[in-house]
Design a binder for this molecule. Sequence first.
Ligand code: NAP
Length: 243
Amino acid sequence: MRNVLITGASRGIGAAAARLFAQNGDRVFANYNRSEDAALSLCRELNEKGYTALPLKADVSNPDEVRRMFDTIEKEYRGIDVLVNNAGIAQAKLFTDITDDDWNKMLGTNLSGAFYCCRAALPYMIRNHSGRIINISSMWGQTGGSCEVHYSAAKAGIIGLTKALAKEEGLSGITVNCIAPGVIKTDMTSNLTEEDFSALRDETPTGTIGTPDDIARTIFFLAEEASGFITGQVVGVNGGIVI
Ligand code: NAP
């Protein structure tokens, strides 16, 4: 049974990934920060069906909380075989309105969070000569998004982290990849109106908006043993809106 840690698993893409891994027999550690009820009820739902899911609270932007989360896991369950750095926040703002606090929160959650979790997960993976790290970037990390400069910078940082770490850990049997989702219907995009979605569909070659399951399936694929020859890649799951 693989140990799979998914950050930001209380809602959206992370929750869909938690369901998919658990349903396939993995032990899922479902990290959350604020949405305790959602995380507990997701894990209860999965455990009642005979799968294994454990909720773990930690703010990924806080290195001490990340360390404590890994200590809890390692005390009873050795370490993490598959790390999914999914926790993220978004904010739409003119560049000139971005405050120091906005910037630090954005980079702290979306980029430093992935750094803290990779740093904590790697010693066990290296000892085990095996591991999968999947980071969730964004199409805005590839192309840049107007009024989302701090978000785009953090997500571009995830791409750099992924490529460099993949080179460093390849001989240790560890792959590091990232996914760059397009527009996915979750709480994060709940500020978009039906008109916005319709305009986005028109711009997208498939004519569709993505679902959390679209991303979860790609995460699961990259985490498979058989995907060991794929590393350092940015996989666009975006209906072709960015090609
Ligand atoms: P979402 O529905 O808003 O969920 C965000 C998740 O991240 C929640 O589970 C939240 O947990 C968690 N989170 C936020 N801050 C955290 C922190 N400091 N520590 C731990 N967990 C934290 O968003 P989503 O759409 O599923 O997004 C998931 C990932 O995909 C993000 O990295 C996002 O940037 C990326 N993405 C999304 C889209 C899209 O269109 N939706 C597109 C491209 C990329 P709590 O509620 O428990 O705090």
